[in-house]
Structure formats: C-alpha cells, structure tokens
Design a protein around this ligand. Structure first.
Ligand code: CUA
Length: 422
C-alpha cells in the first residue's frame, strides 16, 4: 500500500524521466495512465482485503501452545451460500469497474475522435531496421527525377501541438512498434498490414520515442524523437523543410581552413547524450535550426564533404534533395544538420558524434545496414561490397576489395557537409 501511495509522489520525481508513462503530456497517454491506475487500485484493494483476512485467520487460529498443535482441527464448514454468492458478485463488480474504463479507453485511443477529425494532422511512420522514416503525405516536394512525392524526414517527427495527429504505421522489413511514452503507444508496425494510432501533445515540447518490439540486433537503440511546435512555428518548419538542400558555395581553388579536430577514440556503446541537452531540449532544438552565420563554416571543407558523399557511395542510399544524394534506402538527409540526433535518436548530433557514426557505424549500432550495405530488394537480401569491415577478434579494420573506408579526412569533411544541411 505504501508503494502505491508513493507512485503519485514519485511521478513528480524519478518517474518523470524522458520515457516515463507517468508523466503524460497528452490526452491519449493520459487515458492510458488512468486505465493503469484504475486497475492498480482495484487490485490493490483486493490484495488488502485478502491479505488482511489471511493475516487475521493466521493470527486467530494459530497454535498457541503444545496442546493446540496436536488438537483436532475445528469443524470444517464450506459452501455457505451467502459468502460464496457475495464473493462471486464482488468479483464481477471488480471486473466491471476495470472493464468499463478499459473499453472506453480502447475506443478512445483507437482513432482520432469523430468531432476532432477535421482538425487532425496526418503523418506516416515507417519502420526500418533500425530507424524510422516519417512522411508528411499532404506536403509535396519535387523529386530529383521529376514529379512530386510527400515530404520525408527521419527519426525526428515534428508535429503541431494542441492538435490530434494521426500516425499511419508501416514497416518495410520486420515488426516494429511505435511508442512515445509521454504521448501515446504502443502500436505495432506489421508487414503488409496498415495499423495506425493517434496522439496529441497538449503543449509544444520535445519527446522521446522508442521501438517497443524486438526487431533484431539494434532494437534497443532504435529510437526517435517527437517535437511538437506551436501552429505558426510548425508552418514555418514545414516551409523550410520543403526547400531543396541548403548549398554552401565554395570557389574552385578555395583552401580548406578548418583544421582536423582530434576526436580521440571511441568505445563500443559509448554514450552519446549530454545532460546539457536534456536541461533544455526545446531550446537546443531551436538552436539546431539556425543557419550558421558567415564565417562560421568552411565552404571548401563543405565542398570536399559533398564530394566525399558521392565518392563513398553515400549518395546511392541517402536522399539530399537538390544535391547528388538520390537514394531511398537510408534516411533522407536533406535537413540532417537541423536534427538533434543521429543514428535514430541514439546520439546527440554533435560533430564528434556524427564523425563517430560515419567512420565507425558498426561500433555504434551493431548490424546496421550502412555498415553491411545489405539491401532488401523484391528478390531478397543483396549484400553489397561493404562500407567498412573489421576483424571481430582484433578490432582492426580489414578492408576487402571494393570496401569503402571513410578516412579521417573524409569523415571530417563529411561532418562539415552534413552539418551544413540545415
Ligand atoms: Cu524496431 Cu525494435
């Protein structure tokens, strides 16, 4: 009982972490939490009653002396109709008390309420091993080979606050599950099946999401973010997203000025998130959107990165609308510089983490397809000559013919290029 009484208290403290379902920020998660509390209280009351009766009878009928221990058991009675009937009725009542809010919640959370349907915003979330593609089906953008297609982003879903958002859930490979603990969840993304959920962030905010269905080696690090913006900010964000990639021009013979930073070495599974970011996620998100002032970037380095992006075949898998990137297999990178995370919500998008991710992807996210360059085609899985390879025993890089190895200099330039894509 003490523990239960503590829950509301704790929810103001350590139960308010970024993935806490006790710290709800929207009506869907709120409804789900209410069902949890109803079930919890009913079962706790049953626990208290059964526990007290057990404690009382144990105390009342216990052997108090040696004679008691060998005494005949008292006359056994069973089948008292009044007791049995009341227990049956009480159980039914307890089930009804749980069932009514549960069923109401199932109906409510299933889809956007009828009377709010006309103000609902629609997005598509598509699961990949191990990242999320987000599509805005009502926002069209011109495509490299002509025609238009919906605006695409990855791993950070930006939505309007104070409005229901209907999320259509799809997957291209295995079963994933879409979960934003503070807003809504979880609903599975199942191959060849159209699922959906809806959610609403009451206020602008920055929310953590997580794949909640085991989907292979890097399931645990298949994360994402949801950023809810006020209506005007959201409209501005959309407008900027729809533009082609930002281009930083450099003179043909311009010299690279920015010296190669020393990023040191990285451990496997090294954390990539800072407390400074968590202290003010929205402030940080806004700062990430700002275009660097003149002189803050090295145009020659960015141009070198853009070349490295093509030479290392990045462009074959990733889209950078308006630049050379035309692939559809990996995340769209047209605005990667304005996202707060890389590697599907795993690492804060700092130059250091970006460098680590593109030079040693296998040590950040085991099994990821950027490293293995495995491609799912209609005829099955095709293994391409890899990105980089590493001897599992020694940890040494062992490039085989045809392998891509991003050199430190290329990594440095690629970071500058990707960071410029705001
Ligand atoms: Cu996707 Cu677990």
């Amino acid at each position: 009982m003490l523990l239960v009484a503590l829950i509301p208290l704790l929810s103001g403290g350590w139960l308010s972490g970024p993935q806490s379902t006790f710290d709800t920020k929207g009506p869907v998660a709120e409804t789900q939490l209410e069902v949890f509390y109803v079930t919890l209280w009913v079962t706790m009351i049953i626990f208290a009653i059964v526990g007290s009766v057990l404690a009382y009878t144990t105390w009342k009928f216990k052997a108090r002396n040696a004679a008691d221990e060998h005494a005949e058991p008292p006359p056994q009675g069973h089948g008292n109709p009044l007791v049995e009937l009341s227990l049956i009725v009480a159980s039914i009542l307890a089930l009804v008390v749980i069932a009514v809010p549960t069923l109401k919640a199932i109906w409510y959370t299933y889809d956007v309420p009828e009377d709010q349907m006309d103000m609902a915003y629609e997005v598509n979330a598509i699961g990949y091993q191990w990242w999320f593609k987000f599509e805005y089906p009502t926002e069209m953008t011109p495509q490299p080979f002509g025609g238009e297609a919906p605006l695409v982003s990855a791993n950070e879903l930006v939505i309007p606050a104070g409005r229901p958002v209907r999320v259509n859930l799809r997957t291209v490979d295995v079963i994933h599950s879409f979960w934003v603990p503070k807003l809504a969840g979880k609903v599975d993304m199942i191959p060849n099946r159209g699922n959906h959920l809806w959610l609403q962030a009451d206020e602008p905010g920055y929310f953590w999401g997580q794949c909640a269905e085991f989907c292979g080696e890097s399931h645990a690090v298949m994360r994402f973010r949801v950023i809810a913006l006020a209506e005007d900010d959201f409209a501005n964000w959309l407008e900027n997203q729809k533009l082609p990639a930002r281009t930083v021009e450099a003179a043909e013979d311009a010299e690279i000025l920015a010296a190669m930073p020393d990023y040191g070495t990285f451990e496997v599974n090294q954390a990539g998130w800072s407390e400074e970011f968590d202290a003010d996620p929205m402030g940080n998100w806004e700062a990430w959107q700002e275009i660097p002032a003149e002189g803050e970037e090295d145009p020659a380095l960015i141009a070198a990165g853009r070349r490295a992006f093509v030479e290392n075949r990045c462009a074959g898998c990733h889209m950078v609308r308006g630049h050379e990137g035309m692939g559809n297999i990996g995340p769209d990178l047209t605005r990667i510089g304005s996202r707060t995370t890389v590697a599907a919500g795993l690492l804060e998008n700092t130059p250091e983490n970006l460098y680590r991710w593109i030079t040693e992807p296998d040590r950040v996210k085991p099994g990821n397809y950027m490293y293995h360059s495995r491609i799912v085609t209609p005829k099955g899985m095709v293994t391409m000559p890899g990105y980089t390879t590493r001897d599992p025993a020694t940890g040494e890089r062992a490039p085989s013919p045809g392998d891509i190895e991003v050199t430190p200099e290329e990594g440095h330039a690629l970071v500058a290029y990707l960071k410029s894509l705001k």
